[in-house]
Design a protein around this ligand. Structure first.
Ligand code: 2P0
Length: 352
């Protein structure tokens, strides 16, 4: 029987300018643009195999880390699969010899090679790998930016994992979402000296999910309105320039400021959302002190912390400074470095 299969992997991305808030929850259209770095550590990836065959029993099926998950009607996964099938139909309409895969059931198996409970975003890499693997299976001609339109509807931050390196998710202006997509600001080779240290402060599942937390912020925070109108737009321009110029001090200043702005709007939500804990705040103090000492000695900033919807820290630093950062973090937090190889480098999603 004819059976087609494609396997790809996509890495986690960590935002420097944070996505927090939707203006359209059905289409996943954000209230502000965001910008992230795609990590490429081999142990922070989702690997997805998609296959299709005319002989499969009816109905699409999905397994996550070996456990079957329901593909709920009208849910995000189903929306992504329907959009990918539509693009496959266009391929089949143009080429009558192309197998009619769009009519066949799909089997999708996805694995994260990092613990989902570690509090690191798995939806971003997972949905990016899912969309990318089916695009390869279907041999779609669409660009990664066009594919990001579909990945975005699986999970907002997933659209940024379609690219390696430094990636912007442009919020767009249209109501149909056709211009809310990811673009690469710079590839991994542009600035390979930037590394990321992941500090797992807690591997407990987070109390407030991003999806519900951000909509509570949209509904109740007055500070969010200031952030999306006046704070994020100039930062997007400034951080893109800093990346182009490889200006670490500006990159670090904006990354830390935006993490703090994001957690401030969480606190300004009713009821307030607390993602940071005492260890997170202690890490902030240590990095601020390292940077103060560096500035006092006439150097630039040496490190930037950033926190997502949980207490775990990601610290960006240049490769040359990373041994000192790791040593300092280890001295202050001897138990906290759980990951065997904490250095992240930048990468492209790779087809295998
Ligand atoms: C980000 N986060 O930019 C921000 C920073 C968390 C804090 O993107 O509802 O899991 O699936 O679109 O993508 C988390 O949000 O939410 C997120 P949905 P998602 O990385």
């Amino acid at each position: 029987m004819a059976r087609y299969e494609a396997t790809v992997s996509a890495p986690v991305n960590i935002a420097c300018i944070k996505y927090w808030g939707k203006r359209n929850t059905a289409l996943i259209l954000p209230t502000n643009s965001s910008l992230s770095v795609t990590l490429s550590q081999d142990h922070l990836r989702s690997t997805t195999t998609s296959s299709t065959s005319q002989e499969y029993e009816q109905g699409d099926r999905l397994w996550l880390n070996g456990r079957e998950e329901e593909i709920s009607k009208g849910g995000r996964t189903e929306v992504c699969l329907a959009a990918l099938r539509q693009w496959r139909r266009e391929v089949e309409d143009k080429d009558s010899a192309a197998p009619k895969m769009s009519e066949w059931p799909l089997r999708i198996a996805s694995y994260n090679n990092f613990p989902t409970a570690a509090g690191l975003a798995s939806s971003a890499s997972g949905l990016a790998a899912l969309v990318y693997s089916i695009s390869q299976l279907y041999q779609l001609p669409q660009t990664p930016s066009q594919l990001s339109l579909i990945a975005r509807q699986g999970s907002g931050s997933a659209c940024r994992s379609l690219f390696g390196g430094f990636v912007a998710w442009e919020m767009g202006e249209r109501d149909d979402g056709a211009d809310s997509l990811a673009v690469q600001v710079a590839d991994r080779d542009h600035w390979p000296e930037i590394h990321a240290l992941i500090c797992v402060v807690s591997d407990a599942k987070k109390g407030t999910s991003s999806t519900s937390g951000m909509q509570k912020t949209v509904a109740t925070s007055t500070l969010l309105q200031h952030r999306i109108k006046h704070v994020v737009p100039p930062r997007m321009t400034e951080i893109s320039r800093a990346i182009t110029a490889k200006d670490f001090t500006t990159f670090a200043r904006l990354t830390m400021a935006d993490s703090n702005s994001f957690h401030a709007v969480c606190l300004d939500t009713s009821p307030p959302i607390f993602y940071l804990n005492d260890v997170s705040r202690a890490i902030i103090s240590v990095i601020e002190e390292l940077n103060r000492a560096a500035l006092a000695s006439g150097a630039g900033l040496v490190a930037a912390y950033t926190f997502d919807a949980g207490p775990n820290a990601v610290i960006y630093a240049l490769e040359k400074d990373m041994p000192m950062i790791v040593q300092t973090i280890n001295e202050f937090f001897p138990q906290s470095l759980d990951f065997p190889d904490p250095f992240g480098v930048l990468a492209q999603p790779s087809a295998r």
